[in-house]
Design a protein around this ligand. Structure first.
Ligand code: ADP
Length: 447
C-alpha cells in the first residue's frame, strides 16, 4: 500500500479523495494555487504545497510543479480527481518515468479513449454497441454525403478531439451537411488544434446512461451498474441517478456484462465510465471516461462500495476488493450538482458564502469543499457541492431529496438549489420519463 498520496486537484473532489486516504491510513499531500490557500482540502491535509498563481494552467495543470511537489514531499502516488490532469496521458507517462504511481489507467489507455475516433473503433472491436456512422474521420464532402444518406438524416458531426460538449454540429438534411462539416472542422481546429471530424446518426430522444466499470489491470473487469445522467444543460450533467428509471434488471445485467468483458479484454486498470445514448431499448456507445466521475457517489450509495478505496487498492497492486457477484444494488440514489450560479441563467455567482448549512438525516450525503465565510474564487468551475440522497426505492429517495433541499442553506451567493426544488416537484421527473433534451425544454418554457 502507498505511504503518501498527493492529491492533484481542488474543491469537493480533493476532499473526497483525502477522506479515503485518511480511512486507509495513508498520509496526504495537497497542492494548491495562491487563490486556494484557505480551501478546506488545504486545511485538512497532512501537508500542502503551493504550486502557483490562480490560473489553472499555472497551478493545477502545471505538471512540472506537481512532479516537483511529489519529490519534495516524498509522495509515492498521485490521485488526479476529475478534470484538470485526470485524463492527461503525458502526465501519467511522466509520473511513471519518475517512479510515482498515477492512480488511474496507463497513459496508452488514456490516449486511446481521449481520441474519439480511436475510442469508438476500440469499443466496436471489444463488442460494445456503437452509434451507426462513419468508420473513422471523414475528409471528403462526397464521402460524407454518401455515409449520411446510408445512415439517414439527421446526422451529427463530431470532433475526434472533442470534449465538454464542444465541436458538435447537427445536419438535418443534405442541404445542411456541407455547412455543418465546414463549421465543425473549423471549430474543432480552433478549439483542439485537430480538425478531424466524424459522422454519426443523430438520435432524437435518447437518454444518457453510463456504466461504471473497474479493471484490475490483470485481465479482470467488473461493472457497478449504471447511472442515468439525462438531465443536462448544454451537455453538462445537472442531476444524476442510479439505477436508471428506464432500465430493467435484464438490460442492466446485459450492458454491464458487455462493459465488464470489454474492460477485462482491454487489460484496463482502475475506474472508468462507458457512456451510452439509450433509445428504444438499444445502447449506443459515445465515449469512455478514464477517471472517477463527479457523479460516482450515486453508485457508491446503491452498492455500498467506496470507489476511491478501490482505485487506490488497484493502483497499489492490491487488486479489487470485490468480485462481480459481490456487487449488489440496493435502493435508489439521486445526486444534485449545486453550482454557484444563477438558477435560471446559469451565470456564475462567485463571492463570499455568508452562511452554509447542510442537510442531515438518514440517506443524506453532502460532498462539498466550502464553509460559512468561504470566498469562492472566480477562477475555477462553479461546483460548490453535491447533494446525494439514498432511499429504499425511487419514491422514498425523492421524498427525502425534497426534505433535504428544504434544509439546505447557502447565503451570500446564488446557487442552483432553487432549480432542484422545482425539479423535485415536477411530474415528468417524478415518473422518471425524461430524455437528454427534457431539461433544456423545461428551462425554455419557464422563460
Ligand atoms: P463530449 O465529450 O463533448 O461530452 P459526447 O460524445 O460525450 O461529447 O456527447 C455529449 C452529449 O452530446 C451527449 O450526452 C448527448 O447529449 C449529445 N450527443 C452526442 N452524440 C450524439 C448523437 N449521436 N445523437 C444525439 N445526441 C448526441
Amino acid at each position: 500500500m502507498f505511504q503518501k498520496i498527493l492529491i492533484a486537484n481542488r474543491g469537493e473532489i480533493a476532499l473526497r479523495v483525502l477522506r479515503a486516504c485518511k480511512e486507509l491510513g495513508i498520509q496526504t499531500v495537497v497542492v494548491h494555487s495562491t487563490a486556494d490557500a484557505d480551501a478546506m482540502h488545504v486545511r485538512l491535509a497532512d501537508e500542502s504545497v503551493c504550486i502557483g498563481p490562480p490560473p489553472s494552467r499555472d497551478s493545477y495543470l502545471n505538471i512540472h510543479q506537481i512532479v516537483a511537489a511529489c519529490e519534495i514531499t516524498g509522495a509515492d502516488a498521485v490521485h488526479p480527481g476529475y478534470g484538470f490532469l485526470s485524463e492527461n496521458a503525458k502526465f501519467a507517462d511522466i509520473l511513471a518515468a519518475h517512479n510515482i504511481t498515477f492512480i488511474g489507467p496507463t497513459g496508452d489507455h488514456i490516449r486511446i479513449m481521449g481520441d474519439k475516433i480511436e475510442a469508438k473503433r476500440t469499443a466496436k472491436r471489444l463488442g460494445i454497441p456503437v452509434v451507426p456512422g462513419s468508420d473513422g474521420a471523414v475528409t471528403e464532402d462526397k464521402e460524407a454525403k454518401r455515409i449520411a444518406a446510408a445512415i439517414g438524416y439527421p446526422v451529427i458531426i463530431k470532433a475526434s478531439a472533442g470534449g465538454g460538449g464542444r465541436g458538435m454540429k447537427v445536419a438535418r438534411s443534405e442541404a445542411d451537411l456541407e455547412v455543418a462539416l465546414q463549421t465543425a472542422r473549423s471549430e474543432a481546429g480552433a478549439a483542439f488544434g485537430d480538425d478531424a471530424v466524424y459522422i454519426e446518426k443523430y438520435l432524437q430522444k435518447p437518454r444518457h446512461i453510463e456504466v461504471q466499470v473497474f479493471g484490475d489491470g490483470a485481465g479482470r473487469g467488473v461493472h457497478f451498474g449504471e447511472r442515468d445522467c439525462s438531465l443536462q444543460r448544454r451537455h453538462q450533467k445537472v442531476w444524476e441517478e442510479a439505477p436508471s428509471p428506464a432500465l430493467n434488471a435484464e438490460e442492466r445485467a446485459h450492458i454491464g456484462g458487455v462493459c465488464a468483458r470489454a474492460i477485462a479484454d482491454l487489460g484496463y486498470s482502475g475506474a472508468g465510465t462507458i457512456e451510452f445514448l439509450y433509445e428504444d431499448g438499444e445502447f449506443y456507445f459515445i465515449e469512455m471516461n478514464t477517471r472517477l466521475q463527479v457523479e460516482h457517489p450515486v453508485t457508491e450509495a446503491i452498492t455500498g462500495i467506496d470507489l476511491v478505496h478501490e482505485q487506490i487498492r488497484v493502483a497499489s497492486g492490491g487488486g479489487l476488493s470485490v468480485r462481480q457477484e459481490d456487487i449488489r444494488f440496493h435502493g435508489h440514489a439521486i445526486e444534485c450538482r449545486i453550482n454557484a450560479e444563477d438558477p435560471r441563467t446559469f451565470t456564475p455567482s462567485p463571492g463570499t458564502i455568508t452562511h452554509f448549512h447542510t442537510p442531515g438525516g438518514l440517506g443524506i450525503r453532502v460532498d462539498s469543499g466550502v464553509y460559512s465565510g468561504y470566498k469562492i474564487p472566480p477562477y475555477y468551475d462553479s461546483l460548490i457541492g453535491k447533494l446525494i440522497v439514498h432511499g429504499r426505492n425511487r419514491v422514498e429517495c425523492m421524498m427525502r431529496l425534497r426534505r433535504a433541499l428544504d434544509e439546505f442553506v447557502v447565503d451570500g451567493i446564488k446557487t442552483t438549489l432553487p432549480l432542484f426544488r422545482d425539479l423535485v416537484g415536477n411530474a415528468g421527473i417524478a415518473n422518471g420519463d425524461y430524455d437528454i433534451h427534457w431539461l433544456e425544454k423545461y428551462l425554455a418554457e419557464g422563460e
